[in-house]
Design a protein around this ligand. Structure first.
Ligand code: MTE
Length: 320
């Protein structure tokens, strides 16, 4: 097994190699096969950076959730991240998400619940008081940040739809919008992006439905208008720009696991003892941490050890 220093890892290596290397070829095939109209060629040529500052939110600071390290700056959080719908490079989301429109927005609630249907974003958010929680954020690529999110416990939202006793999992689907998401015009991943959680993970009080950042509405770059955040799991579990929440009896398939099952599992709990097949997970690079002190040990469950009981008796090597 080849263990690389994470700072050596390039975006082309994070994307399953087979997909990354073939993406131009797959795109050409898709155009030839009529999947994508040749008259609307893929273009990343014109960057569309985000417009001015977003609206401020009303929220309370939840002092129970703080981190001793300083939070990353708004600039760092919005200019170094993964949102492959806008491209595979860390700066692509900031460069190409400006045309994306998170309003108006609606969310479909489906599957094993008494109340299902399509709801406006306003209906979804209205009953939920917002709070700010500062969480550690750990990406599977072994970099990390500290981020002041604004949101509310996901479980409070899910309970409103009265999931049935057959609801064992929850699936989250990201919007499909190739017009304003240039990455979706390439077959980088199977679109739309889908993620899933066990229902007890989704209901855990730490799991947030995020609608803001640094006291303002969530920027397009970070998953506007709402995205899921599970602080003890690698960042890829948190689907962005959610349009569908489905309660299921069987474990949903999640995009990265479909793309490369050897490298990305369903659970994706932060675990320094289980290396990724191509690099170690024992340490992480804190973005903005300075030249000498940026590497630090990765903590089990990203430090949120109160979730350990969810996995009692499970082999976390097999269930990576
Ligand atoms: N959600 C969608 N729809 N598309 C993505 O490419 N990337 C995931 C996750 N959610 C991704 C996504 C990964 S790999 C990471 S590390 C986080 O988003 C990054 O979240 P951030 O922008 O808040 O840093």
């Amino acid at each position: 097994m080849l263990i690389r220093r994470p700072s050596d890892i390039k975006p082309s290596e994070i994307t399953p190699e087979s997909i990354y290397l073939r993406r131009r070829e797959l795109l050409a095939q898709a155009i030839a096969g009529g999947l994508i109209a040749a008259a609307s060629p893929v273009s990343f040529a014109e960057p569309t950076p985000a417009a001015g500052p977003a609206a401020t939110l009303n929220y309370r600071v939840n002092a129970q959730y703080t981190v001793s390290a300083a939070a990353n700056t708004f600039e760092q959080i919005t200019h170094y991240n993964n949102f492959y719908e806008f491209g595979v490079d860390k700066t692509d989301p900031a460069s190409y998400s400006g045309s994306f429109k998170p309003h108006p927005w609606s969310v479909e609630i489906a599957g094993e619940a008494d109340k299902t249907g399509t709801f406006t974003l306003e209906d979804i958010l209205k009953p939920h008081p917002l709070e700010e929680r500062t969480y550690r954020f750990r990406c599977v690529e072994a970099w990390s940040m500290v981020i002041p999110w604004v949101g509310f416990p996901l479980g409070d939202l899910l309970k409103r739809f009265s999931p049935t006793s057959r609801a064992k999992y929850v699936e989250f689907t990201t919007v499909l919008d190739p017009k304003d998401m240039p990455g979706q015009r390439e077959r980088i991943l199977p679109w739309p992006y889908v993620e899933g959680l066990r229902i007890d993970e989704a209901m855990h009080p730490l799991t947030l439905m995020v609608v803001g950042l640094y006291g303002r509405e969530l920027p397009n770059v970070n998953g506007a208008p709402m995205r899921v955040l599970i602080p003890w799991k690698y960042g890829f579990k948190g689907g962005k720009s959610i349009v569908r929440i489905r309660f299921t009896e069987r474990q949903p398939r999640n995009t990265w696991n479909v793309a490369d099952p050897e490298e990305y599992g369903f659970y994706a709990n932060v675990n320094p003892n289980v290396p990724h097949p191509r690099w170690s997970q024992a340490t992480e690079r804190r973005i903005g941490g300075g030249f000498f002190d940026q590497r630090q040990p990765t903590l089990m469950f990203n430090g949120y050890t109160e979730v350990a009981g969810l996995y009692r008796g499970m082999d976390l090597r097999a269930n990576y």
